[in-house]
Design a protein around this ligand. Structure first.
Ligand SMILES: CCC1=C(C)/C(=C/C2=NC(=C\c3[nH]c(/C=C4\NC(=O)[C@H](C)[C@H]4CC)c(C)c3CCC(=O)O)/C(CCC(=O)O)=C2C)NC1=O
Length: 169
């Protein structure tokens, strides 16, 4: 697992360089957004159950076929697996937000996920819709709670959406 600081130090250490202007700028940006990152992660922790519930309701409203007998979220077992997956995405997004680095998502969430989904017939498109809905809910909550610039919130959700949507070669 990595974070914005260890990642940067690692890359400067590899080439034996002192931190330069670019490094200082990116460290500054990370520390300046630090309070907001922690605030959003705290907000996610406190509201995780309701965010997942609301996001799943919206998803099933948008893609009602998922709950029909031919759908992948049909049966209580699969319905619960679907909500559990949304909860995983949300929890790991909160870690990545604090770390300021997406590596935790690659290592703990995305590795092998597409293959698993494909082999179980879990549809990727609607999963990405669910991730995007959670992003919007979190951003809305963040701005309501006074976070002025919520653009950093996009990163983990976009990272997971992009990785899941990639076409395998
Ligand atoms: C922390 C990292 C991590 C992730 C991300 C993860 C995902 C994950 N989701 C799974 C299944 C599943 N995932 C879904 C999800 C959905 N079906 C839909 O129609 C919706 C689009 C979507 C919800 C938004 C479903 C229904 C299953 C069960 C599929 C089956 O067993 O037939 C499975 C197969 C094993 C299992 O059922 O538990 C994994 C590994 N597991 C992990 O440990």
């Amino acid at each position: 697992m990595r974070d914005a600081v260890t990642n940067l130090i690692k890359s400067y250490d590899i080439s034996g360089r002192y931190l330069d202007r670019n490094a200082i700028d990116s460290l500054k940006a990370y520390f300046e957004s630090g309070t907001a990152r922690v605030a959003v992660a705290t907000m996610i922790s406190a509201n995780a159950a309701s965010i997942v519930k609301e996001a799943s309701a919206k998803l099933f409203e948008q893609v009602p076929e998922l709950l029909r007998p031919s759908g992948n979220a049909y049966t209580t077992r699969r319905y619960s697996a679907c909500l559990r997956d949304l909860d995983y995405y949300l929890r790991y997004a909160s870690y990545a937000l604090v770390a300021g680095d997406m590596n935790v998502l690659n290592e703990r969430v995305l590795q092998g996920l597409r293959e698993t989904y494909n082999s179980l017939g879990v549809p990727i498109g609607p999963t990405v819709v669910g991730i995007q809905i959670m992003k919007d809910l979190v951003k809305e909550m963040a701005s309501e709670s006074g976070v002025a610039d919520t653009s950093f919130v996009d990163e983990p959700f976009e990272h997971m959406s992009r990785d899941l949507s990639e076409v395998s070669v």
